[in-house]
Design a protein around this ligand. Structure first.
Ligand code: DC
Length: 247
């Protein structure tokens, strides 16, 4: 309440670092989560992987006979949305946030190609988006966050303090995703991963409900040729310049 009044009186207030809301949007496998986690760790903010929530819904769909003839039973899914409980929990040992679906840790089963494909499909359903956006805002109540996704700077937090739109060329994204899958012991072929990325780029950008679009006030970063360290150096310069403008 005080902060609200203060900002009414004094215009743009300098925010404390722990209250910052940072939105990172961009295409699939562009390194958003690695970058977002590094920023969250550096600034002591909570990291929220919004894509994991759509992946959780996709897993639910796959496990509950909600796909017939390669199509989602949309009406049935919408009816069952209230039964899908998604939580984000901090794993103290691994020091990472993990996704839970109806009381089960699903972190290790939502990164494969099948779940990725259906996550893109469920994310085009407006009712699913509304439920996920509400959840994303709720998780972020009263705390600073770094959240990555497709609509964070445009829909979830249109007033985010910092918005970054991350891009990288598709071949590099496919190679990174492929390496990540191999490292996790997931079955993968480079061609299949590239095809999946191109398909998701297309679906994410052309769907009617909140397509992937760059917020007008986002700052672009093409990280095709950048290490995480270089991206962090870039971020620190951005943060400094935002501080100069009082965010
Ligand atoms: O970021 P990701 O690849 O884990 O996301 C999985 C899918 O969810 C992806 O196809 C796009 C969708 N998604 C979305 O529509 N909106 C978000 N904020 C995050 C992800």
């Amino acid at each position: 309440m005080f902060r609200k009044l203060a900002s009414l009186h004094f215009g743009k207030q300098m925010k404390k670092t722990e209250d910052l809301v940072i939105a990172i949007d961009g295409h699939s496998s562009g390194g958003k989560s690695t970058f977002a986690k590094a920023i969250a760790e550096k600034l002591g903010l909570t990291y929220v992987d919004s894509g994991a929530m759509y992946r959780a819904v996709a897993l639910y769909v796959l496990e509950n006979e909600l796909i017939i003839d390669d199509r989602i039973r949309k009406e049935e899914l919408v009816k069952q949305l209230g039964r899908i409980e998604i939580k984000i929990g901090f794993n103290d040992q691994k020091k990472i946030y993990e996704t839970w679906l109806n009381g089960r840790n699903i972190e290790d089963v939502i990164r494969g190609v099948e779940v990725s494909k259906w996550a893109s499909t469920v994310s085009a359903i407006p009712e699913v988006r509304t439920a996920m956006v509400n959840l994303q805002r709720k998780i972020s109540e009263n705390r600073g966050v770094v959240m990555d996704g497709r609509d964070i700077g445009t829909v979830v937090f249109p007033r985010a303090d910092i918005k970054i739109f991350l891009t990288a060329n598709p071949d590099i994204r496919a190679q990174r995703r492929y390496d990540e899958m191999i490292e996790k012991g997931l079955p993968a072929s480079y061609e299949e991963v590239l095809e999946n990325i191109m398909l998701r780029d297309h679906q994410d950008s052309t769907r009617e409900a909140s397509p992937l679009t760059r917020a007008d006030d986002a700052v672009d970063l093409d990280n095709s040729e950048m290490t995480v360290e270089k991206q962090m150096e870039w971020f620190e310069r951005l943060l400094e310049s935002k501080k100069q403008e009082n965010l």
